[in-house]
Design a protein around this ligand. Structure first.
Ligand code: NI
Length: 135
């Protein structure tokens, strides 16, 4: 049987949701306050789920220190206290919705982890709104 282990991390970041192909009235209609041209922030909570077999030698699925350091390097350092639209290259041409942030985080971590592991990203944008990728 596979076992899931989880690592939680938090970061604070600013963003603005808009589609550059639409006029401001349409963007306001679709994105409301999230289209504020001066940006706004969220206290994001990230939960990385990693699924694998328990290693009989260590008793671990993965040493969580490895996952902690990877999240720090790939997510916290580039995202925390930054403006996602302006400071993070992945969102230059990608609307930084919770959905897209979760997808970007998945791809960054996936590329750094052995293929024997499956991962899933859960990202809370607010206490009540969260997404999972893959869903
Ligand atoms: Ni927002």
């Amino acid at each position: 049987m596979k076992t899931a282990v989880y690592r939680r991390a938090t970061f604070n970041a600013a963003h603005r949701l808009y589609n550059p192909k639409w006029d401001n009235v349409t963007n306001d209609k679709i994105f409301g306050l999230c289209n504020n041209p001066n940006y706004h922030g969220h206290n994001y909570i990230l939960i990385v789920k990693l699924i694998g077999d328990i290693d009989p030698e260590t008793g671990y699925v993965i040493d969580l220190k490895i996952l902690k350091d990877l999240i720090k390097e790939e997510v916290i350092e580039p995202f925390d206290h930054n403006n996602l639209n302006l400071d993070v290259p992945e969102f230059k041409n990608l609307n930084p919705t919770a959905e897209n942030i979760a997808k970007v985080i998945y791809e960054k971590l996936r590329s750094r982890l052995e293929t024997k592991y499956d991962i899933q990203i859960r990202l809370y944008e607010t206490e009540n709104n969260f997404v999972e990728y893959p869903g």
